[in-house]
Design a binder for this molecule. Structure first.
Ligand code: TXA
Ligand code: MG
Length: 344
């Protein structure tokens, strides 16, 4: 299959892009599109062929449910039922935006979308290209992140091309994703509501509306509990080389990484760091993904860095860590997964 990529910042290509995306989606095909979090691989929720196509293109286990993407004005009643008032309040406050709500599934949503669960994940992305694509097609679109299963989520159209070339007919290129980490997922079918995945919307902000918000115990570092979001149990985001994260203050981290680098001499060594520390490391691949005081910038570039360590064929990787507040909670969740829990 030939994969066409349209640059959506070009008005002519954008017009063609929306038109062809709508045609493909209505016919049960798949389209990759940008959101403010990561790129998604979409298919019409109502088409079994489209939903099957997503799982095939990604190589995704079929027990991992998809998020249904909607746009402003779309009727939610054929998607979710018995929507609690708190969920409506969250929608009013944070949609469109990086928040996914788990709601009771309407019978119209095929079981393949929810992987047989009685609930369904719903989100309204704020990226203008995603919004327009949903609006033009007029369809609810089921979409996971547009990476091959097990690879980091794509935050540029180029990442999508790397993973999906020849597997899907169309990629809408909307530039690099602003947030760069996936949406925050909150289960609204339980009381009090429970966070199943930290993400683009900080938990501190969510607590302004839901003060009694709980965290899924399965997200804990030490916990031997299976996470409630089926996708969180899979090995994710991992670069090919073993990766270890350094704990402690920035200077303690730096000292630990310098020692580890000295011990790993002779190997191709990678370091994930900030611009302030680049010159302090003697290693083959030192990637600065932002500034020490700008965790948003680091979050936006994390997945790109993980892909680059693979390209550079590193043998070992060491990463600095950031405080778990604001976007830092989601950042550290993804980094911990990439490191498989390995710390120094
Ligand atoms: O930011 C995002 O959420 C991106 C963009 C494309 O919107 N999408 C995304 O999708 O990250 P995906 O499929 O990579 O992750 C969806 C997560 C998985 O961990 C899945 O198990 C969980 O949501 N999920 C979906 N439906 C669920 C349900 N009914 N109950 C619990 N977890 C659910
Ligand atoms: Mg994913």
């Amino acid at each position: 299959m030939k994969t066409i990529i349209y640059d959506m910042s070009d008005p002519e290509q954008a017009e063609r892009g929306y038109k062809e995306a709508a045609e493909i989606l209505r016919a049960g095909g798949n389209v990759a599109f940008p959101t403010e979090t990561v790129y998604g691989l979409g298919g019409w929720t109502g088409s079994e062929e489209a939903v099957r196509g997503i799982f095939t293109a990604k190589g995704r286990p079929s027990d991992n449910p998809l998020i249904v993407h909607v746009c402003p004005g779309m009727d939610l009643s054929p998607i979710a039922v018995r929507i609690p008032e708190t969920a409506r309040e969250l929608m009013r406050r944070f949609w469109p935006g990086p928040l996914t709500l788990i709601l009771w599934k309407a019978p119209e949503v095929p079981d393949a979308v929810s992987a047989g669960l009685p609930s369904v994940a719903v989100r309204m992305p704020s990226h203008p290209v995603a919004m327009r694509m949903l609006e033009v097609s007029g369809l609810p679109v089921a979409a996971p992140s547009a990476n091959l299963s097990g690879r980091p989520s794509p935050t540029t159209a180029e990442h999508v091309r790397e993973d999906m070339q020849g597997r899907i007919p169309l990629i809408l290129d909307g530039g690099p994703c602003e947030i760069g980490l996936e949406s925050t997922i909150v289960d609204m079918t339980v009381k009090p509501p429970m966070v199943l995945r930290p993400g683009g919307l900080p938990l501190e902000t969510l607590r302004e509306v839901v003060p009694d918000l709980r965290m899924d115990p399965g997200l804990g570092v030490a916990a031997n509990v299976t996470p409630k979001a089926p996708g969180m149990k899979y090995r994710h985001y991992a670069p090919k080389a073993p990766m270890t994260m350094a704990l402690g203050t920035p200077s303690e981290q730096e000292e630990k990484i310098r020692q580890a680098l000295a011990q790993a001499r002779g190997k191709k060594r990678g370091v994930l760091t900030v611009s302030e520390h680049v010159k302090d490391y003697d290693a083959e691949a030192v990637l600065a993904i932002g500034s020490l005081d700008d965790p948003d910038e680091m979050a936006a570039h994390l997945f790109d860095a993980l892909r680059r360590f693979d390209e550079l064929e590193c043998d070992v990787i060491f990463a600095e860590t950031i405080p778990q507040k604001g976007i830092g909670t989601a950042y550290m969740n993804r980094l911990r997964k990439a490191c498989g829990g390995s710390t120094i």
